[in-house]
Design a protein. Structure first.
Length: 318
C-alpha cells in the first residue's frame, strides 16, 4: 500500500492516462525490485515462493490505486510459464506478459506485452508478440492500454485441458482481487465524501437514503473479500474445489463491483463522473475487469456444470 501510495498516486495515474494508458516505468521497476512478479512462483523456479493468497493481497492494492502497471497479467502468465525457458525474464521484469481467454478479445496491456498466454479451446498457448504487437485500441478504461488479440501468430502449446482450467481459475482470482480493491477504495471515497458534503445544512451522510446505500456497498465489499480470499487459498493449495471457489468469486465480484461503483457515483452526485474526480477511473477499470476471463453469467454457467457433476457423483455441494 505504501509503495503504491507513493508510486501510483492519482497524479501518476493521470499522467499514464494522458499517455494513452501506457504503463508507468518507475512504478513497474519498483514492483519488480520488491519481487512482486515472482510472488507466487516457487523458489526452485526462481520466485519468492509464497502463493496466490499473497498475490491477491498485492492485486487488491493494485485495484485500490488503479495502478498503471501490467502486474496482473504477469502473475497469471507466470503461473503457467514458471520453470519454462524465458520465465526468468518475466520474474525480473525485463519481459512483460499478459493473458487472454481466447482470440478476438480485447486484452489489457497486450499492445505493450512481449508474450501472451492464451486459453484456446483445449490448448494453452504461449505467443511471442515482440515482432507483431497488436495496436492499441480506444476503450472506456483509460488507465491501461488495450488491444484486440487476433489468431494467426506462431504459437507454442504449453498445456492441455487441465492447464486451461488452472489458468482460468488463477485469472478469475486475480481479476476478482483487483475488483475487491476497486470496490473498497470507492466505498472509502464515498463515505469520506458523505461526511464532508453538506446539503440542507447537514452532511449528506446523515440522510437515511445515503446511509443505506453506503451500508449496501459495505455488504457487497465484505462478501467480495470472503469470496476472493477463499478462492485464492483454494487456488494456492490446488484444492479440489478451486474451480468452484474461483468461479464463485468471479461471478460475485463482477456483479458486486458494478453495484458498488454505481452507488459511489450516486453518493458523489454529478461530481463523481467529472473528469477531475477519480471515481470514474475506478468505474471504468471495474467494467473491463468484470468481463475479463468470463462475465458473471459465464461463471454462473461454469458453476452450474461443476456442481452438477458433483451432485451426479453423489458428492456434497455445501
Amino acid at each position: 500500500r505504501d509503495l503504491l501510495a507513493s508510486r501510483s498516486s492519482p497524479e501518476v495515474v493521470r499522467k499514464a492516462v494522458d499517455a494513452g494508458g501506457q504503463a508507468d516505468d518507475a512504478l513497474w521497476a519498483a514492483m519488480v525490485d520488491q519481487g512482486w512478479c515472482g510472488i507466487a512462483v516457487p523458489e526452485e523456479d526462481g520466485g519468492v515462493g509464497l502463493g496466490w493468497v499473497e498475490a491477491a493481497v498485492l492485486l487488491e492494492q493494485v485495484g485500490a490505486s488503479v495502478a498503471p502497471a501490467p502486474i496482473l497479467g504477469q502473475l497469471v502468465a507466470l503461473d503457467a510459464l514458471a520453470g519454462s525457458d524465458g520465465a526468468a525474464e518475466l520474474i525480473d521484469g525485463t519481459r512483460v506478459a499478459t493473458v487472454a481467454d481466447g482470440f478476438d478479445r480485447v486484452v489489457p496491456f497486450v499492445p505493450s506485452a512481449d508474450v501472451v498466454v492464451v486459453c484456446d479451446g483445449e490448448r494453452l498457448l504461449s505467443i511471442d508478440l515482440r515482432d507483431a504487437r497488436p495496436a492499441p485500441e480506444p476503450a472506456m478504461d483509460v488507465t491501461r492500454t488495450v488491444g484486440w488479440l487476433r489468431a494467426g501468430a506462431p504459437a507454442t502449446e504449453i498445456g492441455g485441458a487441465a492447464e486451461i482450467e488452472r489458468t482460468r481459475d488463477v485469472a478469475a482470482v486475480a481479476y476478482s482481487a483487483e475488483m475487491l480493491g476497486i470496490a473498497q477504495r470507492v466505498l472509502d471515497l464515498s463515505v469520506e465524501y458523505a461526511k464532508d458534503r453538506v446539503q440542507f445544512g447537514r452532511p449528506i451522510g446523515s440522510f437515511q437514503a445515503v446511509k443505506h446505500r453506503c451500508a449496501d456497498m459495505l455488504v457487497d465489499v465484505e462478501g467480495m473479500r470472503s469470496a476472493v480470499y477463499w478462492a485464492a487459498w483454494c487456488v494456492a493449495n490446488r484444492h479440489e474445489d478451486a474451480s468452484v471457489a474461483a468461479s464463485t468469486a468471479k461471478c460475485w465480484c463482477s456483479d458486486a463491483v458494478t453495484r458498488v461503483t454505481s452507488s459511489a457515483l450516486q453518493v458523489h452526485g454529478g461530481i463523481g463522473f467529472t473528469w477531475e474526480h477519480d471515481v470514474h477511473l475506478y468505474l471504468k477499470r471495474a467494467h473491463l475487469d468484470s468481463i475479463s476471463f468470463g462475465t458473471a453469467s459465464d461463471h454462473r454457467a461454469r458453476l452450474a456444470g461443476l456442481l452438477r457433476t458433483k451432485v451426479e457423483a453423489g458428492e456434497s455441494v455445501i
